[in-house]
Design a protein around this ligand. Structure first.
Ligand code: PLP
Length: 324
């Protein structure tokens, strides 16, 4: 492929020496789990998102499941999730013991709206997971008011939207100046650092960002074997779901260039848009193209498979998000 779907080696080349230097330092100190690298990344990621806390976990699916469990959402509860998302959004709800209730998406943005959510709400609904799919921010102004009206916890699955900008004019800033970013508005924002995401590690990783001190503390307990502050006191059944120091070192280096990387994605989108000609009308449009971080550039095509074959012959890789 002359234009691969993702070229991680090119993304990593400029930071390779710095990261390997960090790895040497970590190996020298043998602080592989927790420690200064993890703390530094958690602090810088919280500051970047505009929240008080960031809690590193093992992956983006655990980030959702553990947040639900920390909020005591489980058996007997229903959670509204978009039918059009990666399977992990719903999988995490099931893993927490709750029932994912699938709702449709707006045909233009492919994101949930208060109207599509309302069709799935029942007396057992306790939470909404809005997904900023493809890097396009969901309309949290409207969804937030809807969630408040029905007393639902709002989680933002931001696994595809590191750095995307939210437009919530009515909401008072709880913390930080600067732009309000994906993950910072709901009760919690969950992230995946799978290598192919906008902010990707060199392995698996995830995080939850929140302004809620109690929620952050409970997440740390759950992600560390239910262990309380005292070393041998295990208060509830948790698991091992930790972000390790090597991944935190990579993420800290990449966070420094995330805005520039997302800007490069916007330039690439503009090139595809120009090259696609009339087909560009069938691109999935975010409400504000400059607020999106374009995890994927998605085109709806009537003759999809023929188009993919043509692009493939021209050396341009494509994928299906999502085939089912
Ligand atoms: C990648 C992804 C996840 C899951 O993240 P993992 O780190 O792979 O567990 C969850 N939700 C969405 C929308 C994703 O794209």
């Amino acid at each position: 492929m002359r234009i691969p779907f993702n070229d991680l080696a090119a993304v990593h080349a400029p930071i390779l020496d710095d990261v390997l230097g960090d790895f040497r330092d970590i190996a020298g100190g043998s602080g592989f789990i927790g420690g200064a690298y993890v703390e530094r990344f958690e602090e810088s990621f919280a500051a970047y998102c505009g929240t008080r806390y960031a809690v590193g976990v093992a992956n983006g699916t655990d980030a959702i499941e553990l947040t639900l469990r920390a909020l005591d959402i489980g058996r007997g509860d229903e959670v509204l999730v978009p039918a059009n998302t990666f399977i992990a959004t719903a999988e995490a709800v099931t893993a927490a013991g709750a029932l994912p209730r699938f709702v449709d998406v707006d045909p233009d943005t492919l994101l949930v709206t208060p109207e599509t959510l309302e069709a799935g709400r029942t007396a057992r609904t306790v939470a909404v997971i809005a997904v900023h799919l493809y890097g396009h921010p969901a309309d949290l102004d409207a969804i937030g008011r809807y969630a408040d009206r029905h007393d639902l916890a709002l989680l933002e699955d931001s696994a595809q939207a590191h750095g995307a900008l939210l437009d919530v004019p009515g909401a008072a800033r709880r913390h930080q100046a600067g732009p309000r970013r994906a993950g910072s508005y709901g009760r919690a924002g969950t992230f995946s650092f799978y290598p192919g995401k906008n902010l990707g590690a060199w392995g698996d990783g995830g995080a939850v960002v929140t302004d809620d001190a109690e929620l952050a503390a409970e997440l740390r307990v759950l992600a560390n074997h239910g262990r309380d502050t005292e070393r041998d006191s295990h208060r509830r059944v948790g698991r091992n779901s930790r972000l390790d120091a090597l991944q935190a070192a990579v993420l800290h280096r990449k966070l420094a260039t995330l805005d520039a990387d997302n800007a490069a994605r916007r330039r690439i989108v503009a090139r595809y848009r120009a090259a696609l000609g009339p087909l560009a009308e069938d691109l999935v449009q975010p409400t504000d193209p400059d607020a999106s971080v374009w995890h994927l550039l998605v085109l709806r095509a009537g003759r999809r498979d023929a188009l993919r074959r043509t692009l493939s012959r021209a050396g341009i890789a494509t994928g299906l998000h999502y085939p089912v």
